[in-house]
Design a protein around this ligand. Structure first.
Ligand code: ZN
Length: 433
């Protein structure tokens, strides 16, 4: 554990510490943030005192990414939530917007340091330790993942960046430099298992003991994870962050029962009902959308930011000794479809289908018939067969039946030959409109 006294602090004590940070953060927002001064005043909170403490946070309005974007102007490309002066900003990352225009994420030196601290805790939870080697496959470019790479230095690892899109170089680095760990997206980790099998390369014979996956949901899906663990002969753990709030906020420990909040003390976590916006209790097993609040941020802090990540919470004690809550990402609310009133996450469809291995490859593609979220049943799902397997009406029917029982959704399952769905070296696309 990188910071044992912090990571094992009883959670109620953490909330007391966080309450103090939060009150200071609110005062800072009223002082420096034109966006929040106006937004909170419109909601009836004229001062930080009126807004109260962390116990009252659910009374405050939620922040949508679109609201921030709407305040960007030619004079202020970052947005009206910018609090710091230009001389205080040391880094500006971008997040890729669905509209094609990036949103900018500014950081002060202190913000960046906090991001790296949190990210280092999250990645260290996987069990990787100082002196070990890790091969990374991110071409971080403008994106916040660049800050996650700094976490490897903080842990004391020997970092071997090989970038994305060159599988030969990656495998060569694994063979010659014998790293204990690799970090990649779950899609790429799965692609490598197939790539190796086609070339009679056995990844299980490699030096890699830990495969750290991040960047998209999926690493926590049990059947998918089992397939990766078998292919790599290594332990899979996942990490997760969100560009606007922080990189690798969450990281899974060796117990593999959800990701701990590595960013404890820097970020406050809430759960809401994504449809009504109503706050939900963070009880063990509860599901909902994650809402995050910065506690010690300076450049452009966010309050009750809707992440669009749909998660299940775990608060039961973890054997590793870390006391923060854990989450497992079920999917992105943005990818969710509603089929006759039932919420369907494409990643959940993949999880159900993957359990049919070894008959299926684990690759799926959901093909909604109409644009938008609302869909009429049956929802078409292409399911790729395993290599050498042939289409079989009984298998399609069994998958359809399982999807109906587990996800309560009517589907039309089309079995497609091995290799016909697109592989990704970065993030998988599970839906094609
Ligand atoms: Zn743990």
């Amino acid at each position: 554990m990188l910071a044992r006294e912090v990571e094992t602090r009883p959670w109620t004590e953490q909330l007391a510490v966080d309450d103090e940070s939060y009150r200071t953060q609110l005062a800072y927002l009223f002082d420096r943030s034109p966006f929040y001064r106006e937004k909170l005043a419109a909601a009836g909170f004229a001062s930080d005192r009126a807004a109260g403490g962390l116990a009252d946070v659910a009374q405050l309005p939620l922040t949508e990414k679109g609201e921030i974007r709407a305040t960007c102007t030619p004079e202020n490309a970052i947005g009206a939530h910018l609090c710091a002066t230009p001389s205080e900003i040391v880094r500006i990352y971008s997040t890729s917007g669905t509209t094609g225009t990036p949103s900018y994420v500014p950081l002060t030196a202190g913000d960046l340091d906090n991001w790296v601290t949190a990210s280092a805790r999250s990645y260290a939870a996987s069990g990787i330790t100082s002196g070990q080697r890790i091969v990374s496959t991110y071409n971080a470019g403008p994106f916040v993942a660049g800050a996650a790479l700094a976490a490897f230095d903080r842990i004391g690892l020997c970092h071997i960046p090989v970038g994305t899109g060159n599988t030969e170089r990656l495998i060569l680095a694994v063979e010659r430099l014998r790293p204990e760990a690799v970090v990649l997206t779950p899609s790429y980790a799965a692609h490598l298992v197939e790539w190796a099998a086609e070339r009679n390369v056995d990844l299980r014979d490699s030096s890699v003991e830990r495969v750290l996956v991040a960047g998209e949901p999926g690493g926590g899906e049990l059947a998918f994870r089992a397939k990766l663990e078998e292919g790599w002969g290594a332990r899979i753990t996942e990490a997760m962050g969100i560009g606007d709030i922080g990189v690798s906020l969450w990281g899974e420990c060796e117990e593999q029962d959800g990701m701990h909040l590595g960013a404890r003390g820097f970020v406050h976590v809430e759960l809401i009902d994504p449809e009504t916006g109503e706050a939900l209790e963070m009880d063990d097993g509860a599901t909902g959308e994650l809402v995050l609040t910065h506690l010690q941020h300076r450049a452009a802090p966010l309050l009750r930011f809707r992440t669009r990540d749909h998660v299940q919470v775990r608060t039961s004690p973890c054997k590793c000794g870390r006391t923060s809550p854990r989450v497992r990402c079920i999917g992105r609310t943005d990818d969710m479809l509603i089929v006759r009133g039932v919420n369907v996450f494409p990643s959940a469809v993949r999880e159900v289908v993957s359990a049919f291995a070894p008959d299926v490859s684990g690759h799926i593609l959901v093909k909604p018939q109409t644009s938008g979220v609302m869909q009429e049943p049956p929802l078409p799902v292409s399911v790729e067969l395993a290599r050498g397997a042939t289409a079989d009406a009984g298998l399609a029917e069994a998958i359809r039946e399982r999807l109906r029982n587990v996800l309560v959704v009517q589907t039309r399952v089309d079995l497609v030959p091995w290799g016909s769905l697109r592989r990704s070296e970065y993030k998988s696309k599970l839906v094609e409109h």
